[in-house]
Design a protein around this ligand. Structure first.
Ligand code: ADP
Ligand code: MG
Length: 395
């Protein structure tokens, strides 16, 4: 169901409560924001609202304070960075609800910006208490959800509040729903899905869902070991989910029946452990030693996968091809990132560690869409309705 967006509202003289995802990392032991990608991602919505003459009240969570105030998770540094990026003053209030916050909200003029305190300082946020949702709703005329990364959580600021105000999607939320929705609903074919990361169990439901829609499915990363095991290979001390070996065999039979080009590594990089500087080797899946772990796809696999990807019109990628945080086991992931970046396909990158890897390689700008939500994009691709999206007004 299509959702109303900020573009469908007349904002003149209105006050918006905008749920953003400013859950940013800090330089260790400091109050300096180390990566402001999430703040930048919300700027189009904030600027749009300001241009339309709305007063903007921003709400976000930061970290996991567990319903109690925690000084190191206050939003002062976030307010500072936001003000720099917007080139406009940002008022920051040490409350998210109540008289003081309401007073600040009521004093806002058109295009003014107020940042509320961390909503997870309140017990009612994560329990989705109706009283807390109502208190948030008092602050504004219209609710905007631009926090795709938290949309899979039914919290007061992501779901509850939407029942007390007109509720619309922000521009980032709208973009996420459009690109991820397109993968499930009307992708330009051929469509390839690339899976990697740690566990089969995290991705089985998406894999099953795409089995009927994708032309090619490429599997690498830690999760490939369970499939290789199902093919009869001894995978040494690789990451293995024994309880899913049968399921992986079943997936392979179903893929063969439905004519999907399902691929696994034909060569792998193995080592005794995932540490910088350990001796590593490229072997076939049948040559993995007892004490060895599969830590990356090998160069022949990377080349074969890149060949498949070159012919695609749509590519969705979820999960790195190896332990990409530890060189040299980032090579497979980098090769796939380059192949996708260089292709003519519409490329949709799931959030989480895949998005981080793509950013590290400097290739984020070459992808069509890099999701800001790891867990949320996975749940969306599983076909589940995200509570924060479901609660928004239908078009
Ligand atoms: P995403 O966040 O993209 O959904 P996951 O959270 O499932 O992906 O997995 C990411 C993690 O998977 C990374 O930290 C990476 O080190 C790990 N990983 C990838 N390949 C392997 C492997 N062969 N063995 C162990 N861990 C792996
Ligand atoms: Mg992850």
């Amino acid at each position: 169901m299509a959702k109303r967006t900020v573009r469908d509202v007349d904002w003149a003289g209105k006050r918006a409560l905008v749920r953003v995802d400013f859950n940013v990392p800090f330089e260790h032991g400091t109050a300096r924001v180390s990566d402001d990608v999430r703040i930048r991602a919300a700027l189009p919505t904030i600027q749009y609202l300001r241009e339309q003459g709305a007063a903007v009240v921003l709400a976000t969570h930061l970290g996991r304070p567990g319903g109690k105030p925690q000084p190191e998770l206050e939003l002062g540094p976030v307010a500072e960075r936001l003000a720099e990026l917007l080139r406009t003053p940002v008022t920051y209030v040490h409350d998210a609800v109540g008289d003081v916050a309401l007073g600040h909200a009521e004093r806002l003029g058109p295009s003014d910006v107020l940042l509320l305190e961390n909503v997870r300082f309140y017990a009612g946020e994560e329990t989705n208490s109706d009283a807390f949702a109502l208190a948030l709703a008092h602050l504004a005329d219209i609710y905007v959800n631009d926090a795709f990364g938290t949309a899979h959580r039914a919290h007061a600021s992501t779901e509850g509040v939407a029942h007390h105000l007109p509720a619309v999607a922000g521009l980032l939320m709208d973009r996420e729903l459009a690109f991820l929705g397109n993968v499930l609903e009307a992708p330009e074919r051929p469509l390839a899905a690339v899976f990697g990361g740690a566990k089969v169990s995290d991705k089985v439901r998406v894999l099953e869902r795409l089995l009927g829609r994708a032309d090619a499915i490429l599997v690498g990363g830690g999760m490939a070991a369970t499939f290789l095991k199902a093919q009869g290979h001894d995978v040494g001390s690789s990451l293995l989910e024994p309880e899913l070996v049968n399921f992986c065999g079943d997936i392979m039979r179903r893929a063969a029946d439905s004519g999907v080009d399902l691929r696994f590594p034909q060569d792998v990089v193995v080592a005794e452990k995932a540490e910088v500087g350990v001796p590593s080797a490229v072997v076939t899946p049948s040559e993995v030693g007892k004490s060895q772990m599969i830590l990356d796809i090998g160069p022949s696999t990377a080349e074969a996968f890149a060949g498949v990807l070159a012919a695609m019109k749509t590519i969705v990628w979820n999960g790195p091809m190896g332990v990409c945080e530890v060189p040299p086991f980032e090579r497979g992931t980098k090769a796939i990132a380059k192949a996708i970046a260089g292709s003519n396909a519409t490329s949709v990158i799931g959030g989480g560690s895949t998005a981080e890897a793509v950013a590290t390689f400097g290739l984020a700008g070459s992808m069509t869409h890099v999701s800001t939500g790891g867990g949320a994009s996975l749940e969306f691709l599983e076909g589940r309705e995200l509570p924060g999206v479901a609660a928004l007004d239908n078009e």
